[in-house]
Design a protein around this ligand. Structure first.
Ligand code: ASP
Length: 466
């Protein structure tokens, strides 16, 4: 649009004419005076149509909330007694001289001006494009953008490379079920969507990329459990030539920078972040993600803490050993021999470090087993036959034969961190197009049935739909 002014900049145009465009927020018709509040992505302003601009005044009388209009008018300073100190544009008002209706709008099925907390979530997710119009959701998306931008800039300045890794890939054990995608060109075979870029980031270390990160989408097919999404966003990061305390110190520095830059109103309770062993955390707080806030009523208090020294393995229900966090982790150096010999399994501690914030786990990582023997030993403890290890992880075992620096990294649940910083109760509030707890996209109506010819091309048959 030619010469459009953003609403936030109108104050610079006092006494002059300006053209703005946006959604009609409200209209108050007082007969002679018709007030319309207009909303664009930068803010909101009150406008008034007066009878002396006849055409605009007549049109203003027909306008309804959520219509999209462009308005030209004079930016006037409001008289002293009309100033609204609570509104960013409370000192000005637009005297409408011309209105162009860009699009009319049906009455929205939900109120887009309220906080939205009174509206059923199914309605909000079905009409997400309307739900996102509300200022709270616009604020959440803006904060998410600023957080990720600040993070990218920080990591760039620290010498990290952002590298994309495949979405169509092979199963990687991250403790959840894989989403799988049938391969048309190789019928009967399937890709798996990544539960995390774990193996790729380790392979990047072998490739000589010493500092990697990615704002990575991860996919985990889990049963409905609390506030989870089948796809979510991680900061995924890996560094070469580091030990556990190097990663911990670097991540702490990164988080402090982010809080100071993005949400300066927040206060970090304790720096350096307190560090607890898993045993201590469980004994003292009965939780491996304790909430250490001294004042839980303060919405601006952030209590980060590290939890370390987790057992590497735990028993499954059928009596086998499985990893607690990540099969590619290295045990603590003093327990390496136990692992290689397959002895004292329950005593082996991993180099894993988890980070919690206000009682939520916001991230975790480890130093990796950077040689084939360590990786193989982990799968052997879990009872994998040698052929299975070769079949599933042969590429990793081979890669580690060509020389690998020591390396380690972390992944953060970005949705969760952003939700906490925004004092939002769940991650769906900071994900533009979230799914329901059952993994449904109500707006797009996904998942949906595949067409018969799609199934045929893939060589698939649906046996029975329950
Ligand atoms: N891949 C791990 C996860 O997604 C994080 C890591 O060890 O870097 O939880």
């Amino acid at each position: 649009m030619k010469n459009r002014t953003y609403i936030k900049d109108l104050k610079e145009h006092v006494g002059k004419e300006a053209t703005i465009a946006g959604f009609v927020d409200v209209r108050r018709d007082h007969g002679k005076l018709i007030f319309i509040d207009l909303r664009d992505m930068s803010g909101k302003v009150q406008m008034v149509a007066l009878p002396n601009h006849k055409e605009a005044h007549e049109l203003a009388a027909t306008i309804r909330p959520e219509w999209v209009i462009a308005v030209t008018g004079k930016v006037n300073k409001r008289p002293e007694k009309m100033v609204n100190k609570d509104e960013p544009n409370g000192e000005i008002e637009i005297e409408i001289t011309n209105i162009v209706v860009i699009n009319k709008a049906d009455t929205p099925p939900l109120d887009v001006r309220s906080e939205g907390k009174e509206i059923g979530e199914e309605t909000r997710l079905k009409y997400r494009y309307l739900d996102l119009r509300r200022p709270r959701m616009q604020g959440n998306l803006a904060l998410r953008h600023r957080f990720i931008k600040t993070l990218r800039d920080f990591l760039d300045a620290e010498g990290f490379l952002e590298i994309e890794t495949p979405i169509l890939t092979k199963s990687t054990p991250e403790g959840a079920r894989d989403f799988i995608v049938p391969a048309r060109l190789d019928k009967g075979k399937f890709y798996a969507l990544p539960q995390s870029p774990q193996q790729y980031k380790q392979l990047l270390m072998i490739a000589g990329i010493e500092k990697y990160f990615q704002i990575a989408r991860c996919f985990r097919d889990e049963d409905t459990r609390g506030d989870r999404q089948p796809e979510f966003t991680q900061l995924d990061l890996e560094m070469a030539y580091v030990e556990r305390d190097d990663v911990i110190a670097f991540i702490e520095r990164t988080l402090i920078h982010l809080v100071q830059k993005v949400t300066p109103e927040k206060k970090i309770q304790e720096i350096p972040f307190p560090r607890l062993s898993y045993a201590e955390a469980m004994e003292k707080y009965k939780s491996d993600k304790p909430d250490l806030r001294k004042d839980k009523s303060d919405p601006n208090l952030l209590a980060f803490c590290w939890v370390v020294d987790f057992p590497f393995f735990e028993k499954t229900d059928d009596g086998k050993w499985t990893f607690t966090h990540n099969p590619f982790s290295s045990p603590k150096p003093e327990h390496r021999e136990f692992l290689l010999k397959g002895e004292q399994i329950s005593d082996i501690l991993t180099t894993q470090y988890d980070i919690a914030l206000n009682g939520f786990e916001i991230g975790g990582g480890s130093i990796r087993g950077n040689n084939p023997e360590t990786i193989e030993a982990v799968f052997r403890v879990m009872g994998y036959p040698t052929e299975d290890i070769k079949k599933n992880f042969g590429h990793m075992l081979e890669a580690y034969r060509y020389g690998a620096p020591e390396h380690g990294g972390i992944a953060w649940g970005l949705d969760r961190i952003i939700a906490i910083l925004q004092n939002e109760p769940n991650i769906r509030e900071v994900i533009a197009f979230a799914k329901t707890g059952e993994g449904k996209d109500l707006m797009m109506d996904a998942p949906s049935l595949a067409r018969a010819e799609q199934l045929k091309e893939l060589g698939l048959k649906i046996e029975k739909i329950i």
